[in-house]
Design a protein around this ligand. Structure first.
Ligand SMILES: Nc1ncnc2c1ncn2[C@@H]1O[C@H](COP(=O)(O)OP(=O)(O)OP(=O)(O)O)[C@@H](O)[C@H]1O
Ligand SMILES: [Mg+2]
Length: 368
């Protein structure tokens, strides 16, 4: 799913200049523009308080936008009665019906839609099996653990095969193994049934592995909207570079920009090559950003003529599949290099002095 698919007039979900204030003073959503295509799996990723749940609540119709429009399948959401919205929702706090058993919780959305008894039973069973809760149909929510309640909430949102599912941190209470299993099940099901999904998480690995597109939220705005690989490899600003994946940064000043290459003078005086991303002229302050796996210390692999930097090895950590080496580079003691554990890979010794470099396109000159 590409961004342009959803960018057209046929977007299934569209936020158009949406703003939200709860108190009439501060905007918690400042200017939200987002188009989601039918069948797309979109994740909202961002720090606590950045407005993710608020956006889901507006889309579900539990909160109204202070300004702007939200459209579902081309129609303003306000004009569609809740029961006709076809939206399944998993809330951050589960919100199961406490007086109903698990099976009744799941059966309820099917009853509302007029499904017969045998069809309901069959769908409830399938949904419970999906979340590995087949044996718990007769219990009430209060008799379940937090993770089990979360799985029931997930099953209830999917049981009626809605066109649109909104999920707010649906896997937060689960252990790593179950979480990974559910990540796989949710994406498989969503794609199989052609469900459009808006998914909220803090967990960037979860966002990267599950999504067609990720919207990175901060300060009530989308900082970048892109497919996982583009977001990781081509962050458009320092916030996104820092928030997604591990990242090394060095502060400096732009010396010169020659087409696709910016020469940056680091604060300790050394020069490096970077790709100018959101810097445009000499004299500007910049924070250059380079991923740990794109740093090279094997000179044979560096391009001729690129600037290299002196580095001191501070720590070498053997992690099995990779080596993680911590360096001091231009005054930064937390500069990390990750290398694959290959038979011919050099294992760096703490205390040794080395030179590092990178392809200029892997090092991004961003806002300081
Ligand atoms: N009902 C409410 N009344 C007043 N302020 C609210 C309300 N709900 C949320 N807020 C405020 O709006 C901002 C955004 O909250 P929101 O719940 O959307 O964040 P979030 O991105 O979902 O955070 P988290 O990751 O912690 O769940 C926060 O500053 C929060 O305190
Ligand atoms: Mg939230």
């Amino acid at each position: 799913m590409t961004q342009t698919d959803a960018g057209g007039a046929d977007a299934f979900v569209r936020f158009d200049h949406v703003q939200k204030s709860y108190d009439g003073e501060t905007l918690v959503v400042k200017d939200l523009n987002l188009a989601i295509a039918k069948g797309e799996f979109l994740t909202m990723l961002g720090p606590s308080g950045s407005g993710k749940t608020t956006c889901l609540m507006m889309l579900a119709g539990f909160e109204t936008a202070t300004h702007g429009d939200i459209k579902l399948d081309g129609r303003p959401i306000n004009n569609i009665p809740p029961h006709k919205r076809g939206i399944g929702m998993v809330f951050q706090n589960y919100a199961l019906f406490p007086h109903m058993t698990v099976a009744e919780n799941l059966s309820f959305p099917l009853e509302v839609r007029g499904l017969g008894k045998s069809e309901r039973e069959q769908k409830v069973k399938r949904a419970l099996d999906m979340v590995q809760m087949g044996a718990f149909g007769g219990r009430r929510p209060a008799q379940l653990s937090g993770g089990q309640q979360q799985r029931i909430a997930l099953a209830r949102a999917l049981v009626f095969e809605p066109e649109l599912v909104l999920m707010d941190e649906p896997l937060g209470a689960l252990d790593k193994q179950l979480r990974e299993h559910m990540q796989f099940e949710i994406t498989r099901l969503a794609h199989e049934l052609g469900i459009t999904t808006v998914y909220v998480t803090h967990d960037q690995t979860e966002a990267l592995t599950m999504s067609d597109n990720i919207a990175v939220f901060d300060d009530g705005r989308i900082q970048q909207l892109a497919p996982p690989a583009k977001l990781y490899e081509e962050p458009e600003n320092s916030f996104v570079a820092q928030f997604i994946g591990e990242n090394n940064t060095l502060l400096g000043t732009v010396k010169e920009i020659k087409g696709e290459i910016a020469i940056v003078q680091l604060d300790d005086g050394e020069l490096i090559d970077a790709k100018p991303v959101n810097v445009s002229k000499p004299g500007e302050r910049t924070r250059v950003s380079i991923r740990p796996e794109r740093v090279e210390y094997n000179k044979a692999r560096l391009q001729q003529g690129v600037h290299t930097l002196k580095a001191e090895v501070l720590e070498f950590i053997y992690m099995g599949d990779i080596f993680r080496t911590r360096l001091r580079v231009a005054g930064n003691d937390d500069f990390v290099v990750k290398t694959r554990n290959a038979p011919d890979q050099i294992r760096l010794e703490p205390g040794s002095q080395i030179e590092i470099g990178w392809l200029p396109q892997d090092c991004r000159a961003l806002d300081a």
